[in-house]
Design a protein around this ligand. Structure first.
Ligand code: PLP
Length: 299
C-alpha cells in the first residue's frame, strides 16, 4: 500500500500514466498545480478542468459537474491544502468528495504535500481517513514541504493496494528506487519531534503577515491562507492581465510574485505570493514597495 517516490511530482505523472488510458477523462482543479493537466496530456487522456472559486470555498461544484456527462471520467485530482489558494478541506468536505467519486465510479487521487504546513492545526486531514476511501483512493505526499527537503527528492504514494500495485508496475520499469542516503535523511527527518513542525509553522506565520501586507499594499483582495506556503490575492478589477501586472511589478520594483494564470485560466486577475523567502527578504520587498508607492501607482 506504499510506494516510495522521488517526490510527489513524479508521483502525479506515474499515477496518471498507470491509471488512465488514452481518451479517458481526468478531473483537474482550476486553479491548480500545473502537473495534473500536463500528466493527463502526456497520458493521452483528456484533462477536464473543474472550477474552484472563493464563493464556494475552493471546493468542487458537484451539482454543476453532475449536470455534465461524467461517464468517461476515470480519475479525479484533489489538492487540499490547496496550491495556490491556501484553502483547506474539512472532514465533511472530504466526505463529500469521496461520496461524489464513489457515486460516479471515479478513482480519487489526493495530492497532499502541504499536509503539515497548516496555520491553525498541527496537520490537515488525509482523504484516507474517510471511511470507504481506501477502496478507490490514493494519496501522495513528500518530505519537500513538511521537512523543507524539496531538493532531496523523496516522497510516496499510499492507498488502495491494487492501485498502488498498478502504479508500482509502471514505476519499477522506469525508476529503481530512492538513493539510500536520502532515505536515511528522510528517516532522521521523520524522527524529529512534532515541535519541529509547529515551530517551523510559526516562522511561516510571521512571513504570512508580511505577505498579506504586500497584497494589501497592491490593493488586492486577499484570501485567507489557512495552510500552504502561499497568499492568493485578487488584483483590482481594472487589471485585466495578471502576467503583465507581474512583469510590470518586477521591472519597476524588482519584486516577483507569480501570476495566477500559472495555475490555469481561473487564476487570471490573481497573484500568488510565496512564503518561501526568509522574513528579512519579505520585509525588504515590503519596504521597497512602500518606497515605490510613495511616488507612483500601479493603477
Ligand atoms: C500541489 C503540489 N503538488 C506537488 C508538488 C511537488 O512536490 P514534490 O517536491 O514532492 O515533488 C508541489 C510543489 O510545488 C505542489 O505545489
Amino acid at each position: 500500500m506504499v510506494l516510495p517516490l522521488s517526490g510527489s511530482k513524479e508521483g502525479i505523472v506515474f499515477t496518471t500514466l498507470a491509471l488512465v488510458n488514452p481518451g479517458d477523462e481526468v478531473l483537474i482543479p482550476n486553479p491548480g498545480f500545473s502537473t495534473y493537466e500536463r500528466a493527463a496530456v502526456i497520458a493521452g487522456a483528456v484533462p477536464r478542468m473543474y472550477v474552484l472559486d472563493r464563493e464556494n470555498g475552493y471546493q468542487p461544484h458537484f451539482e454543476t459537474l453532475e449536470k455534465t456527462d461524467l461517464s468517461k471520467v476515470k480519475l479525479m485530482w484533489i489538492n487540499y491544502p490547496h496550491n495556490p489558494t491556501g484553502a483547506t478541506a474539512s472532514r465533511k468536505q472530504l466526505e463529500n468528495i469521496v461520496n461524489f467519486a464513489k457515486k460516479h465510479s471515479i478513482l480519487l487521487a489526493s495530492d497532499n504535500p502541504y499536509s503539515h504546513i497548516s496555520f491553525n492545526k498541527t496537520h490537515e486531514a488525509s482523504i484516507l481517513e474517510i471511511p470507504g476511501a481506501l477502496n478507490f483512493a490514493i494519496e501522495l505526499n513528500s518530505l519537500s514541504k513538511t521537512y523543507n527537503m524539496a531538493g532531496w527528492r523523496i516522497g510516496w504514494v499510499v492507498g488502495n493496494q491494487k492501485l498502488i500495485a498498478t502504479i508500482s508496475a509502471l514505476y519499477s520499469n522506469i525508476e529503481t528506487g530512492v538513493f539510500n542516503p536520502i532515505q536515511y535523511a528522510g528517516i532522521k527527518a521523520l524522527q524529529l519531534p512534532q515541535s519541529y513542525i509547529t515551530e517551523r509553522n510559526e516562522i511561516y506565520k510571521k512571513r504570512l503577515i508580511i505577505a498579506n501586507d504586500i497584497a494589501q499594499m497592491l490593493r488586492c483582495e486577499k484570501n485567507e491562507t489557512k495552510a500552504t506556503l502561499y497568499v492568493w490575492a485578487r488584483l483590482p478589477q481594472q487589471i485585466l492581465n495578471a502576467e503583465e501586472f507581474c512583469f510590470d511589478l518586477l521591472e519597476k520594483t524588482g519584486i516577483f510574485v507569480t501570476p495566477g494564470t500559472a495555475f490555469g485560466s481561473n487564476g487570471e486577475g490573481h497573484i500568488r505570493i510565496s512564503l518561501c523567502q526568509p522574513e528579512k527578504v519579505l520585509l525588504d520587498a515590503k519596504l521597497t514597495l512602500e518606497r515605490y508607492l510613495r511616488k507612483n501607482s500601479f493603477y
